[in-house]
Design a protein around this ligand. Structure first.
Ligand code: CP3
Length: 344
């Protein structure tokens, strides 16, 4: 299929589609036995750095689930490694950074990153995925948003309340702004290089920004997001994803992106009305729904489709990533239900 006719890309551009496209965040991952088989032979970071294996894992959900887009297998935290923060993943505890950023001086001494060199393995994966896909569905590249990256850089790992990050931006506004600008620089380069290698859309993950009050979002995040989106290659659509931002979706929209991702805490029809129909929308089934009975999965999926009202520009997704304990058959049933119930 020529890329221009792929339902996913049509929906991102708010053009008419034969059916609502669906893909799922974390569709390549632990809920698939085929993923676990590959992971049993190498660590998560080894997998990310191995273009053949990473490409194979990227293609798995396309073959197994019938989704309308592939998402590159990588991680938002990979860029923190060339920044010298010492990234590792341990089973159970998640990501950990050996050298977190805790002072304005540390921000100043962060190196400038040449992504073409330090993240070359990611671009190689993109090229292999494109050839493996052979035009079946488009490939989405991605990166972490500066706030979410900064939160890992400052906290040193996952965090419940992001206290250190929020204190940093309040106590050291100039150093915060410097850190965010540096992260915008590397993220813009990184995403544009993914597009140059063959990514046909990009998603910016601001997974934890919803922890901020609207005033802090406006002051400490929004200008940097505008800067980032302004620097992205305009030849592909950009998806702006966040969670917990239902209280200030208008600010998230103003920060940039052609498609705005919304989580399940806000009804999709309300969200779209507030964002405006001049934007495409992505979402927003609660990932936990997929742990429930099949009939509920289908019923809730139909409710999301009904909330979208058949309007142009809906990309069906979860409100956040697929959980590892999700039954594969439920995910298949979801993808089939979305396709079946949205046929135009
Ligand atoms: O979506 C996909 O299928 C593509 C691959 C992808 C991964 N991570 C693979 C992964 C993507 C798009 C991400 C993004 C990512 N990584 C985000 C933003 C999305 C979100 O979930 O909010 C964040 C915050 C991270 C950071 C991260 N990576 C954490 C906190 C963890 C540990 C917790 C966990 O879920 O295990 C990871 C590890 C990770 N990234 C795994 C996968 C498949 C699990 C690794 C394993 O196999 O053990």
């Amino acid at each position: 299929m020529p890329a221009a006719e792929a339902p996913f890309l049509l929906a991102c551009r708010r053009e008419p589609v034969p059916h609502t496209p669906v893909w799922l965040m974390r569709q390549a991952g632990r809920f698939l036995p085929e993923y676990r088989a590959i992971r049993s032979r190498m660590s998560f970071l080894e997998l990310c750095r191995n273009p053949d294996a990473a490409a194979e894992v990227t293609l798995q959900p396309v073959d197994i689930l019938g989704v309308d887009a592939a998402i590159l297998f990588a991680d938002i935290l990979l860029v923190l490694e060339p920044l010298g923060l010492g990234l590792s993943f341990s089973p159970g505890d998640g990501p950990s950074l050996a050298h977190p950023v805790r002072s304005p001086e540390q921000v100043k001494s962060l190196p400038r990153v040449d992504v073409a060199d330090s993240l070359a393995y990611v671009f190689e994966t993109v090229r292999r995925v494109r050839s493996g896909l052979a035009g079946r569905v488009p490939l989405i590249g991605f990166a972490g948003a500066p706030f979410t990256l900064a939160s890992y850089a400052i906290e040193g790992g996952s965090s419940r309340n992001h206290e250190r990050t929020k204190r940093f931006l309040l106590e050291h506004p100039a150093a915060w702004s410097d850190l965010m600008s540096r992260l915008v620089d590397v993220t813009a380069d990184y995403l544009n290089a993914q597009v140059a290698a063959g990514a046909q859309a990009v998603q910016v993950f601001d997974s934890w920004v919803g922890h901020l009050a609207p005033a802090d979002y406006s002051e400490a995040v929004l200008p940097h997001m505008r800067d980032l989106f302004a620097r992205l290659d305009r030849s592909v659509p950009a998806i702006h994803f966040s969670t917990g931002t239902g209280g200030y979706l208008e600010l998230v929209r103003d920060a940039g992106g052609d498609v705005v991702g919304v989580d399940w805490r806000v009804p999709l029809d309300d969200a779209w009305r507030r964002i405006g129909y001049d934007h495409a929308i992505q979402g927003n089934l609660d990932p936990v729904t997929l742990l429930g009975p099949r009939e509920k999965v289908v019923e809730r999926a139909r409710q999301v489709l009904a909330a979208a009202g058949g309007r142009r520009g809906h990309v069906f997704n979860l409100g956040h990533g697929v959980l590892p304990e999700t039954p594969v058959d439920n995910v298949r049933a979801l993808v089939d239900a979305v396709h079946e119930w949205s046929v135009r």
